[in-house]
Write a protein that binds this ligand. Structure first.
Ligand code: GDP
Ligand code: IMO
Ligand code: MG
Length: 422
């Protein structure tokens, strides 16, 4: 059996949580492979909205195995909050959630280091979610990190102290006032370990291999989006993990031979939270309207998301890097009020028309648009592709032709049910 991979093709928040939840009934296993509490994945069913940060979006399906892979970074405190919310809903995640012993732990000082780093960068800041992501992955690659398996070792506290001492040296060097926050943060962090320790810690690479060998269907759930990838996003305005399909193999310990479908999620327009290039960004009333109608406020930080038209130069790049086999288009319902809808098909850089993503982030990009007639019709209640307005079908057809990939699902609302499968 193959592992299918579902991931975002833009700057995150494409609707991955909703679509994983919709797909989950077709799989036996849902596994997160990278990122951590910087993610905010929303799901909606039975009139209730849920937001998950670290826990895979298959958790509401009690009979499905959910795995937090080795590529994920875990903040025990946020993990505990998520578990308690799920328990209040009558779920018992200890029954169907397993955690890789190789996943790294986010310490309280990682969060403070994130804040110190952003402060130091001033107006060049990345706009991090301040969840400690950059610092924890830095410690992982510097081979200083603490992993889930270390929680069970007798010298855990000692190794924790060694790490923190290293971090404190950095705070002192940059005159960052950590003392006001650290004691309370540490006390809460250590307390939250009790919750984490109740879950099965597994060698997830072995378990996933066994599950695939036993013909179980595995869905890998990406976090963030391709344009935030550490290598292929607009560096340094990226996150600190590989968000692309390749990240699923290192983040779960499966070979590329296991790859099945690669499902890319695309919002019908673009959004971005935090700093960094955004060629099609709208600074006018249309951008405001997208933000308002699309409720474009971060699921993790509540920050307003920057909004703009769909960017096919970026989308083609994402399809290429990931080897996307099919696309799910979300939030077309948000664009139901526009007379005209634009799609960016090329960039003008230094007077030249280009169709490739620039590597440098300081180049001025002028988007070149193709205009489409808007569909000016509420589509939220439509459940069959044939029932969609012609103008939207034209928009979909144009995207499919440009990126040479089929749009297999159209999502027309946040609820599980608001999904059109072609
Ligand atoms: P994720 O990070 O990719 O899981 O996406 P987020 O949950 O951060 O942001 C997507 C937002 O759009 C959430 O509020 C979803 O409930 C909502 N959403 C998802 N799909 C649709 C859709 O097709 N239409 C509308 N209107 N909202 C959607
Ligand atoms: P989901 O999984 C949108 C952005 C941050 C910032 C940059 C680096 O919900 O799609 P970090 O905290 O990783 O150091 O921040 O990446 N970012 C996201 N934007 N959705 C996300 O996740 C994001 N996770 C990180 O806003 O610009
Ligand atoms: Mg999100």
């Amino acid at each position: 059996m193959k592992m299918d991979i579902l991931l975002g093709l833009q700057w995150g928040d494409e609707g991955k949580g909703k679509i994983v939840d919709v797909f989950a009934s077709d799989y036996e296993v849902i596994a997160r492979f990278q990122g951590g509490p910087n993610a905010g994945h929303s799901l909606e069913f039975n009139g209730i909205k849920h937001i998950l940060h670290i826990i895979p979006s298959g958790i509401f399906h009690r009979e499905k195995i959910n795995i937090i892979g080795n590529g994920v970074v875990i903040d025990p405190l946020i993990f505990q909050e998520e578990i308690e919310t799920l328990q209040k809903m009558g779920l018992n995640p200890a029954e169907n959630l397993r955690i890789s012993r190789k996943a790294h732990l986010i310490l309280p000082t990682h969060k403070l280091l994130d804040a110190a780093s952003e402060l130091q960068k001033g107006n060049k800041k990345i706009g991090s979610t301040l969840k400690g992501i950059g610092p924890v992955y830095t410690d992982k690659t510097a081979r200083n990190g603490l992993r889930i398996c270390d929680l069970q070792s007798s010298d855990f506290r000692e190794r924790y102290r060694e790490q923190v001492a290293r971090h404190i040296a950095v705070f002192e060097q940059c005159h960052f006032d950590y003392q006001a926050h650290l004691p309370a943060m540490e006390a809460a962090w250590f307390k939250s370990l009790d919750c984490l320790l109740q879950f099965p810690f597994i060698d997830s690479e072995y378990e996933l291999h066994d599950l695939l060998s036993a013909s179980k269907k595995v869905l890998a759930e990406g976090a963030q989006g391709t344009l935030l990838d550490l290598d292929f996003g607009a560096y340094p305005f990226v996150t600190s993990s590989n968000t692309i399909a390749a990240g699923a193999f290192t983040g779960l310990g499966l070979s590329p031979h296991c790859a099945g479908r690669i499902i890319g999620i695309v919002k019908a327009y673009c959004t971005r939270v935090g700093s960094g290039p955004f060629p099609t960004e709208l600074f006018d009333e249309i951008g405001e309207q997208l933000r308002r109608q699309g409720n474009e406020f971060g699921a993790t930080t509540g920050r307003p998301r920057r909004c703009g038209w769909l960017d096919l130069v970026a989308l083609k790049y994402a399809v290429m890097i990931n080897g996307v086999t099919e696309i799910v288009l979300t939030k077309a319902d948000v664009m139901s009020n526009f007379d005209t809808i634009n799609i960016c098909t090329a960039y003008k850089v230094n007077g030249k028309i280009v169709k490739r993503m620039p590597t440098e982030t300081d180049v001025k990009i002028e988007p070149i648009f193709t205009s489409f007639k808007g569909w000016k019709e509420d589509i939220c209640a439509i459940r069959r592709y044939d029932g969609l307005p012609e103008a939207l079908k034209n928009y979909i057809q144009f995207i499919e032709q440009e990126v040479s990939t089929k749009i297999s699902i159209v999502s027309v609302g946040p609820d599980r049910e608001a999904t059109i499968i072609r």
